[in-house]
Write a protein that binds this ligand. Structure first.
Ligand code: ADP
Length: 537
């Protein structure tokens, strides 16, 4: 067999293989089915051209040539339909379906009309030539060019609308189809036409299809239309079983045959087991990938939502702060008598208004602090500050709240001045939180604020303690306190309005001051002590 014939045979085998692989890769998907038909038609084309070129019987050669034209019709048609379905399935309308089938049936039937298209097969100068009728030729050429290149127009429109990743893939297919198409048309349609009668290069057409087949297989494998691993496992198993069966068939003795048959059955059993497990694994992997993608998407959406929530809280709390400060300020001035003496009866309601507005102020401060932490926007202005001053300021603000709760507040062992390097406002909020909690979770009793100094020189530290005699904390709940939204069970019952943000903020600020904060308690109902340790400047 000459090398050109061998090449044609190789193309035929390759396409038959691909056709089966694709079609059986996913039998239900029309994309796979039509690509299978496309590959099969190329195989038929290559084989018929091979027969046309090599048979000794010229009559048979003419039949083979006719078959090659039928194959070419199938190639153009299946490619057009395939392109319509790939990569997104688009349904054909009734009219489109009618045009597709009628035109194809018409062109194929012209091949069987006597003396309409292929007239005869002759040998000229050692080359086999098909004599063609010009009208028949034109009808066929028109059909082929319209469908084959029409599919490129469809593909080009897909390319225009596709997303970046798909665009590259589709662009790749367009180029390969265009190259192979133009070369194929030139060598198999233009040169052998009744006008040039050049039949020497007809074997080149099928060879160029290898470009299309290659790129399409690649594109399909990338789009997961084809499970290469499953198909490879299937092919391998079928191959092995086939060989074993043949061996059994051609065994020399009866004994050997039985042995080989047993071997064949066992191998068959294990192969099916292997194929099934590969299939399951591939399916699971696909499913996992899909889930991971879904999760990634959900995660992104959640992050966006979370950010939107933080921004909303930040804006809302900023807007709330100004009017609240005004309310608190005016009520406090009215209570102090700045607008004249107030009647006794008004004192209590005014005090309640003040305490409520104070509670609202801490709530808004909590929310603002939370959104600052979340967005990473806590900013500090460090300078030398006096802790005693800060604590007294916080106590002054909480005076009314403490009175409402009938709490007594005492300073013990507090030096005249305790200087640390820190942010005045943030440390103020730290002690507001600790003292507010001490009052909130005690109701009655005495709150003691103490200070002690430890270390020398650069490692000198001051430890402030806030001791209350309130609800206390059970040891197993200790770890919750400084977490975001962390609250003990008892506190949730007695103060359902709390949010569990205050201590989370306290910890962050104290740590940003290179300090430490912790709590101690003997247990439920036995009071608690909160310690803040800060380096002394
Ligand atoms: P909130 O007071 O709004 O709940 P915090 O972050 O200030 O939020 O406090 C977190 C939790 O720590 C409180 O819910 C409470 O369970 C506990 N806690 C804080 N301070 C005290 C205290 N002085 N005594 C007992 N429990 C406390």
């Amino acid at each position: 067999m000459a090398s050109t014939e061998l090449l044609l045979l190789a193309i035929a085998i390759m396409n038959t293989f691909l056709g089966f692989m694709v079609a059986f890769g996913n039998r239900k998907d029309p994309v796979n089915r039509w690509l299978g038909v496309f590959a099969g038609s190329i195989a038929l084309w290559a084989i018929s051209l091979l027969v046309f070129r090599s048979t000794d019987n010229l009559e048979f050669a003419q039949t083979a040539l006719n078959v090659s034209y039928v194959a070419a019709v199938l190639i153009a048609l299946s490619f057009y339909i395939f392109m319509h379905y790939f990569p997104t399935l688009e349904k054909f309308g009734m009219v489109q379906k009618a045009i597709l089938s009628l035109s194809s049936v018409f062109v194929v039937s012209t091949l069987f009309l006597k003396n309409f298209f292929v007239l005869d097969v002759v040998v000229r100068g050692g080359v086999r030539v098909g004599l063609q009728n010009a009208l028949g030729y034109w009808i066929f050429a028109l059909y082929f060019v319209v469908y084959f290149f029409g599919s490129l127009v469809v593909l080009f429109r897909r390319w225009q609308m596709a997303v970046a990743s798909l665009k590259r893939n589709i662009g790749f297919i367009i180029w390969s189809v265009l190259t192979a198409g133009i070369l194929g048309v030139f060598f198999n349609l233009v040169l052998p036409s009744p006008f040039f009668m050049e039949w020497r290069f007809t074997w080149l057409g099928p060879i160029f299809t290898a470009i299309i087949v290659g790129t399409l297989s690649y594109a399909i494998a990338r789009h997961r239309l084809l499970n290469i691993r499953v198909i490879a496992a299937e092919m391998l198993s079928v191959g092995i079983i086939f060989v074993l069966f043949m061996e059994a068939l051609f065994a020399k003795t009866e004994q050997e045959r039985i042995l080989r048959l047993i071997f064949f059955v066992v191998a068959g059993f294990f192969s099916s087991f292997l194929v099934r497990s590969v299939r399951r694994e591939v399916e699971q992997k696909d499913e996992l990938e899909r889930l991971a993608k879904d999760l990634e998407f959900a995660n992104k959406e959640l992050k966006k939502l979370d950010q939107a929530k933080s921004e909303f809280i930040s804006i809302a709390s900023h807007q709330l702060r100004a009017p609240l400060t005004a309310i608190k300020g005016y009520v406090s001035m009215v209570m102090e008598g700045s607008y004249g003496k107030i009647p006794m009866k008004a004192e209590e309601p005014l005090r309640r208004t003040f305490v409520s507005s104070q509670e609202l102020v801490s709530l808004v401060a909590d929310l603002l602090n939370l959104s600052r932490i979340e967005s990473g926007k806590i900013k500090y202005e460090f300078k030398n500050v006096d802790l005693k001053n800060i604590i007294s300021g916080a106590l002054k603000e909480l005076e009314e709240v403490a009175k409402k709760g009938e709490c007594k507040i005492e300073f013990s062992n507090m030096p005249e001045k305790v200087e640390v390097s820190g942010d005045q406002n943030k440390l103020h909020e730290v002690f507001m939180n600790l003292l507010d909690n001490a009052i909130k979770y005690s109701e009655k009793g005495t709150i003691k604020i103490g200070a002690s100094v430890k270390g020398q020189g650069t490692s000198k530290k001051i430890i402030i303690s806030v001791i209350d005699s309130g609800i206390g904390i059970r040891s197993e709940e200790m770890s919750k306190l400084f977490l975001k939204f962390g609250r003990t069970e008892t506190s949730q019952k007695i103060r359902p309005d709390g949010m569990g943000i205050g201590l989370y903020f306290v910890k962050r600020v104290v740590e940003d001051h290179k300090g430490k904060v912790w709590a101690e308690s003997e247990g439920a109902g036995k009071g608690s002590t909160f310690f803040v340790e800060l380096p002394v400047t």
